[in-house]
Design a protein around this ligand. Structure first.
Ligand SMILES: [Zn+2]
Length: 318
């Protein structure tokens, strides 16, 4: 049984959506600094993320969508070479930069390589420190800082390529993972458990979700102890009944009380508790197999501390 993998790639730093954008390369800097300074990095098996292939992306995305996004990226590069702008807007929050396509391929590639290694038993579990994030990306739509849905692609990859029968997704980002739901709703080989602030961006997840979507909308200012109660009451029995063979985590840290992207009241210790819950479920049902992928988290100090706490739990350091 291997250790804890840490997947990232310098290409993930090159993606940027303009000065002052909260989904910024510094997010990865503070995570790396914290893991190095704390000594946690010494316990991790650090690996470069490969590029996801088109065939991999097609597990969760529409071919026309991929072509159109690739075309947009190619045109941006050509226009930029001719003196044009360095960004192409997709929505008011989301834009393609010169390196975004490549970074997104690395981010999905990280999730897939981690899935390969964890299923092979080469790694016990893994964390992917990647950007852009993925859980808002729908089958045929970029939105909310996301282009490819890394966790949804990895779920289908584990099922279709590795022959797993049941994969769980745990999404603790403050925002609803509308993209993951859009892609995987009704696929009963997947159970997606998430809580999210509601009503709040992207204003989804509450209208009669499919049976495999375990959605817990919570109001602004909900605190961690209430979340823990909800998890034990609603998630634990469903997860036990489902018995996943692999758990993927959409690891967003923007539900932290210091993160003003959202208004939930979680603390560092709540994220440790959630990480331990995931590991308990994985040990009980999935031979400990967990692949966790960074989603949101924009208060840089809190993000760095919470990722350290999360990775410590994965690595068995706390
Ligand atoms: Zn978020």
């Amino acid at each position: 049984m291997g250790g804890t993998g840490y997947y990232t790639h310098r290409d993930c730093w090159k993606h940027e959506m303009g000065a002052g954008h909260p989904e910024c390369p510094q997010r990865l800097d503070v995570i790396e600094d914290r893991l190095l300074l704390s000594g946690v990095a010494d316990a991790l098996d650090k690996r470069d993320a490969p590029l996801a292939s088109r065939a991999d992306l097609l597990l969760a995305h529409d071919g026309h969508y991929l072509d159109s996004l690739r075309g947009m990226s190619d045109r941006l590069l050509e226009d930029y070479a001719a003196g044009g702008p360095a960004h192409a807007a997709i929505d008011p929050d989301t834009s393609l930069g010169l390196h975004s396509w490549q970074a997104a391929l690395r981010a999905s590639g990280a999730a897939l390589a981690a899935t390969d290694a964890v299923i092979a038993g080469d790694l016990a579990n893994a964390f992917c420190a990647v950007r852009p994030p993925g859980h808002h990306a729908e089958r045929a739509k970029s939105m909310g800082f996301c282009f490819f849905n890394h966790v949804a692609i990895a779920a289908r990859y584990a099922l279709d390529r590795h022959g797993l029968r049941r994969v769980a997704i745990v999404d603790f980002d403050v925002h609803h993972g509308n993209g993951t739901e859009n892609i995987l709703a009704g696929d009963d080989r997947v159970l997606m458990a998430s809580f999210f602030q509601h009503p709040f961006y992207p204003f989804s997840g509450t209208a009669a979700p499919a049976g495999n979507m375990l959605n817990l909308p919570v109001p602004a200012y909900t605190r961690g102890l209430e979340i823990r109660d909800l998890v034990e009451t609603h998630w634990t029995p469903r997860m036990d009944a489902f018995a996943p063979e692999l758990i993927l985590v959409s690891a967003g840290f923007d539900a932290h009380r210091e993160d003003d992207m959202g208004q939930l009241g979680l603390t560092d210790q709540d994220f440790v508790w959630l990480s331990q819950w995931v590991m308990d479920m994985a040990r009980r049902h999935a031979r400990g197999r967990v692949v966790s992928v960074l989603e949101g988290g924009y208060a840089l100090d809190a993000l760095a501390r919470c990722v350290e706490g999360h990775v410590r739990v994965l690595a068995g350091l706390s």
